[in-house]
Design a protein around this ligand. Structure first.
Ligand SMILES: [Zn+2]
Length: 288
């Protein structure tokens, strides 16, 4: 089997074209995947297949979609002060399904094939999220958690773990206790990993518990790993952190030998920048 996880950032909406706006890119890429006839699986499907060494559970060629940092633009349309209305990732997905799979939503419950079609990795700590809003989004409250439970309950967008505080470069020094600013590879001991992974999961799960969901997947902030996390903490302490798999941003495709705590993801505007480059990745998935 061979596939790819494509990753977007809903806060990247500083323009009107594919190269400058992840919403435009996401819509175009969904269409391209549909035209190519490639099946879309969830990140949980990939994690389960790799964790249980049953790659045959996945289609022979597949794609999956995720988005990082958990701004509310993942879930709700947003009126950008300069660039106008931005269609939320969840609504782009619904628009796409309405065109390609009419009737999907007629029961108001999703069919199995549309569960977790997009996985949103969110940041747990509300103080860190407020600092990121201040440092990155001009103080606009874009990192709210008030949509997580609604999304998880519906099931189209899965809510998963993107760490306690992202070890974000914009955090004030007083908050940088669990890693050094902007470098998640500094999470190289138990105390830091416990905060960034287990405590984060516990915090996010509290929001999801009322709708019967919990986190099972982790995405490394900035894609940074450390040998401690990949070789020690994640594989040996699963009974503590509960994470089934972890995702990097290494520019690679997934196959049967992919390590479950280092599953690569391709990031929009980094691994590809044009529809032509995206098509070239789809061809690599199909033809090798
Ligand atoms: Zn991130």
């Amino acid at each position: 089997m061979r596939g790819a996880v494509f990753t977007y950032h809903a806060q990247n909406c500083g323009g009107y074209d594919y190269a400058s706006n992840d919403h435009i890119a996401f819509a175009a890429d969904l269409h391209a995947v549909h035209e190519a006839g490639l099946p879309v699986v969830s990140l949980l499907d990939i994690a389960l297949a790799l964790a249980t060494r049953t790659p045959q559970a996945l289609p022979s060629h597949f794609v999956a979609f995720s988005c990082d940092d958990g701004t509310s633009l993942d879930w709700a349309d947003y009126d950008h002060p300069q660039f106008g209305r931005q269609r939320a990732f969840a609504n782009i997905l619904r628009d796409h399904l309405a065109r390609t799979s009419p009737g999907t939503f007629t029961d108001s419950t999703l069919t199995d094939s549309t569960q977790n079609l997009l996985t949103a990795f969110v940041i747990a700590c509300p103080v860190a999220r407020a600092a990121i809003d201040h440092g990155c989004y001009g103080g606009l409250p874009l990192s709210d958690d008030n949509w997580w439970a609604e999304a998880a309950a519906e099931g189209l967008v899965a809510i998963e773990n993107h760490s306690w505080d992202h070890v974000h470069a914009t955090l004030p020094a007083s908050l940088q206790r669990y890693g050094a600013g902007g470098d998640f590879s500094s999470v190289d001991n138990y105390a830091r990993a416990d905060r960034q992974v287990r405590c984060a999961a516990q915090c996010i799960d509290e929001r999801l518990r009322p709708v019967g969901k919990r986190t099972q997947l982790f995405a490394y902030p900035y894609g940074h790993t450390s040998p401690y996390l990949t070789r020690d903490y994640f594989p040996t302490l699963q009974h503590e952190h509960g994470m089934l798999a972890a995702f990097t941003t290494q520019q690679a495709l997934i196959d049967h030998a992919t390590p479950v705590y280092e599953i690569p993801r391709l990031v929009c505007a980094d691994a590809w920048r044009t529809p032509q480059e995206f098509q070239a990745i789809l061809r690599r998935i199909v033809h090798g």
